[in-house]
Ligand binder design. Structure first.
Ligand SMILES: [Fe+2]
Ligand SMILES: [Fe+2]
Length: 210
């Protein structure tokens, strides 16, 4: 198997490009985030399935995935979307209902993610827990997140691209805080080492070197 470091330049992981403050880059970064989130949800799903079957699961990996969700999408991806959706609502009031739902889901995703991470940490500290309860929590989190992303991609991103003006995008750029993705960005933050290796291993499985 090749060294993980050899794979860093491969195209099998979406990387955030440096945000250069244009509509195309902002939306393209958000779509890349979705691809990355989907990869992590896949890993989470595999762990949840093992948990439900009573098999060994990697709690460290689980904790790192949840930590990433809390540290990056909850804090940067979702607020960035909310800035866009706020202006989209002004331009297309008919999107208001979907935007209200999506915004409530951002709060719910953050709340449920924090709850799961807390449970996993307690388990790592030898707390007694129900495997089925944790598996059910994970399953609900994963399915809700997938539906959420699908709604954004199908109902909101394209409308934002078509309806927001250059002045709107300028306002969005000024409002959002740009931030380097700590896992998929140019520099890997140390606390995600295990997770990064696992993602690379997954990429090798999906794209075997000939
Ligand atoms: Fe979102
Ligand atoms: Fe999103």
């Amino acid at each position: 198997m090749p060294e993980y470091t050899d794979l860093i330049t491969r195209d099998n992981i979406q990387r955030r490009v440096n945000t250069n403050q244009s509509m195309l880059e902002i939306i393209s970064n958000l779509r890349a985030d979705h691809t990355n989130i989907a990869k992590l949800l896949q890993q989470l799903s595999a762990q949840a399935a093992l948990l439900a079957k009573g098999e060994y699961i990697n709690y460290q990996l689980l904790a790192e995935i949840m930590q990433y969700f809390i540290n990056y999408p909850d804090i940067h991806h979702h607020p960035c979307e909310e800035q866009i959706f706020k202006l989209l609502r002004n331009r297309l009031p008919e999107t208001g209902g979907t935007i209200d739902k999506i915004t409530a889901e951002h709060n719910q995703i953050a709340k449920n993610g924090a709850r799961i991470l807390d449970d996993v940490k307690q388990i790592q500290g030898n707390a007694i827990f129900s495997r089925m309860d944790l598996s059910a929590l994970l399953h609900a989190y994963i399915e809700a997140y997938k539906t959420h992303i699908e709604t954004e991609e199908r109902q909101l991103f394209q409308r934002a691209e078509q309806s927001l003006t250059p002045a709107d995008w300028q306002e969005i750029v000024q409002a959002i805080k740009t931030c380097e993705d700590p896992l998929f960005g140019n520099a890997l933050v140390g606390e995600y080492q295990s997770l990064y290796k696992s993602i690379m291993a997954q990429a090798v499985t999906e794209n075997p070197v000939q």
